[in-house]
Ligand binder design. Structure first.
Ligand SMILES: Cc1ncc(COP(=O)(O)O)c(C=O)c1O
Length: 360
């Protein structure tokens, strides 16, 4: 059978070694005669697996004891609301940096809950660059500054953590978390839906500085507070146990590869060779400023959009799946998360070169 490479933006490819482990575990997890989906989240086996997952992600990201690591539900989208509910309890103002579709959604969901100051807006440049930090206009009284460190749709990624002084920096890292080493101590809150670099959809990783816990507005329902989850080992209600278990396997797999330094090296190589293949050709192009091109999501267009359909049909037939760009921008997008093997990127580049030869 043809090798399949899945370039989906999310839910996305998982490491093959993890899928194999799941296959072995499903009928009888830890020799229990039951699958992990069928055991109590409060049983000692699951509690131990959950704690190990937390320990491994702490290790990978070097997260200090100043931070709580939470495993929540509701996707990154619920964090669009939980962040203002939990952090804008004292000051009602929050700064947001608008860099694309996902930060736009975060802003729209924060607006009913706090007074949003859009500190910088990349709309005029069609979200092909991140507004210079020196151009941001932040509010003195903001409770936090929110950024989307990788815009999954436009393929725009911060290469450095912006300096926001003493204000808590809050980051949606859904599509870049665990792709490179990170200085967590620069952030107040980091959140990420799982279905790109962590595991299956259904679980959300939230890393929150402990001094920010308990500052939620008093009217917030308990289930929407970080405090509730931080004081219950993320077991305020029944957690998504299967997704948590898979996330644990992914963390352990990343450690076995040598951790995030090693993972980042491979990601950099994969992205650089794909961008180089696009840039060398007049047939393909990527509009993003070179200083903020994403290592995870690489959008590109053909010089003749009439060929899009053929490109997608032929790439699909060649085993290169889910390359269609987001409906809001068109063209193609190759999502090359941690679990995309380098051979997948090589196969895509060869296909692109051959397609250009046939149709250019
Ligand atoms: C950067 C970013 N933020 C938020 C989301 C929304 O995530 P969820 O569907 O888990 O709520 C996505 C989904 O693709 C995303 O890429």
């Amino acid at each position: 059978m043809l090798p399949i490479f899945n370039f989906s933006a999310g839910p996305a490819v998982l490491p093959y070694a993890v899928l194999e482990q799941i296959k072995r575990d499903v009928p009888s997890w830890q020799n229990s005669g039951m699958s992990v989906m069928e055991v109590s989240h409060r049983g000692k086996d699951f509690m131990a697996a959950a704690a190990q997952a937390e320990a491994d992600v702490r290790d990978l990201l070097q997260i200090s004891d100043d931070y709580s690591v939470l495993f929540l539900q509701g996707g990154a989208t619920l964090q669009f609301a939980m962040v203002p509910l939990n952090l804008a309890g004292q000051s009602d103002v929050a700064d947001y940096v608008l860099t694309g579709s996902w930060s736009k959604k975060a802003i729209a969901d924060a607006r009913p809950l706090c007074s949003v100051n859009v500190a910088a807006d990349g709309t005029d440049g069609h979200f092909t660059a991140i507004p210079e930090r020196s151009q941001w206009s932040m509010s003195d009284s903001a409770a936090y500054v929110h950024v989307t460190t990788n815009e999954t749709i436009a393929g725009v990624e911060y290469q450095e953590i912006p300096d926001v002084g003493s204000k808590p920096l809050v980051a949606d890292m859904s599509s870049t978390i665990l792709s490179r080493p990170l200085d967590v101590s620069r952030f107040g809150v980091i959140y990420a839906g799982a279905q790109k670099n962590i595991g299956p959809a259904g679980i959300t990783l939230v890393i929150v500085r402990k001094d920010l816990i308990g500052m939620h507005r008093k009217s917030a329902p308990r289930i929407l507070t970080y405090e509730a989850f931080a004081t219950s080992d993320s077991m305020t209600n029944t957690p998504p146990t299967f997704a948590w278990y898979v996330a644990g396997l992914v963390f352990s797999h990343l450690k076995s590869l040598g951790g995030l330094e090693a993972v980042a090296k491979i990601n950099k190589r994969k992205a650089e060779k794909l961008y180089a293949a696009i840039d060398v050709s007049d047939f393909y192009s990527n509009p993003v400023d070179e200083n903020c091109r994403s290592r995870m999501n690489v959008p590109f267009v053909l010089s003749d959009p009439a060929l899009d359909g053929r490109f997608l049909a032929e790439s699909d037939a060649a085993g290169l799946k889910n390359l269609k760009g987001h409906r809001s921008v068109g063209g193609m997008r190759a999502s090359i998360y941690n679990a995309m093997p380098e051979e997948g990127v090589d196969a895509l580049i060869s296909f692109m070169q051959e397609f250009e030869k046939q149709n250019g």
